[in-house]
Ligand binder design. Structure first.
Ligand SMILES: [Ca+2]
Ligand SMILES: [Ca+2]
Ligand SMILES: [Ca+2]
Length: 208
């Protein structure tokens, strides 16, 4: 698979701990092979938080694939129960960092901070791990204080990243994230904002 060797570290480790009930029954649904493409992304002149929220919501209720980055919008996980942490399972969905990369319209070139629209059926993971995002690696990505983080900014740990869908009054957030094989991609109430293992991360250059 394209890029797969480089993406083995692109993990959301939380998925590994919690996905022990997964079975091999769905191994090789061939979702990527049967549904995804490698089309060039469309450069766009800007990025907005509203627009990226819409893009992120398409992935809601779809699958999770370690090192993945391709999904449809039928609101079901087309590749459930694959063995975890195996990029060769080729299933539907992003992983946490691949999902963020795509929603943030980033370039595979880490020195390019421009905006690139990737269709949901375009398989791409991008060059960043959760830890890379946490460290602000890559021209588009910057760290910021968690108190400053707003919708479509992210919270990242060394093993996971999720974007803010909505900030709650009690200090938690509604986070949209590719959670893990057993969970897929969805919105959950999370306490990352108050968790010292998570840092604030922002894609730079939002026009609104
Ligand atoms: Ca969906
Ligand atoms: Ca689906
Ligand atoms: Ca899966």
């Amino acid at each position: 698979m394209f890029h797969a060797r480089h993406l083995f570290v692109a993990a959301c480790f939380a998925s590994f701990v919690l996905a022990a009930a997964g079975t091999a029954s769905a191994y090789h649904t061939h979702f990527i092979a049967n549904n995804c493409n490698y089309n060039a992304p469309d450069p766009t002149p800007y990025i907005t938080r509203d627009g990226s929220t819409t893009v992120a919501l398409r992935a809601r209720y779809e699958g999770y694939q370690w090192a993945g980055g391709c999904w449809n919008d039928n609101d079901r996980d087309d590749s459930p129960g694959d063995p975890t942490e195996d990029p060769n399972t080729g299933g539907e969905g992003g992983d946490c960092s691949g999902f963020t990369f795509k929603v943030w319209r980033e370039s595979t070139n880490q020195s390019d901070a421009g905006f690139y629209q990737w269709n949901m059926l375009r398989y791409v993971h991008g060059p960043y791990t959760a830890a890379g995002f946490k460290g602000g690696i890559g021209a588009p990505n910057v760290t910021l204080s968690k108190s400053a983080a707003i919708r479509m900014d992210a919270f990242a740990s060394s093993s996971h990243i999720g974007m803010i869908y909505a900030k709650n009054a009690n200090g938690t957030d509604e986070i949209i994230e590719a959670k893990g094989e057993a969970y897929g991609t969805n919105i959950w109430t999370r306490t990352y904002r108050g968790d010292s293992s998570y840092s604030g991360v922002r894609r730079s250059g939002w026009s609104s």
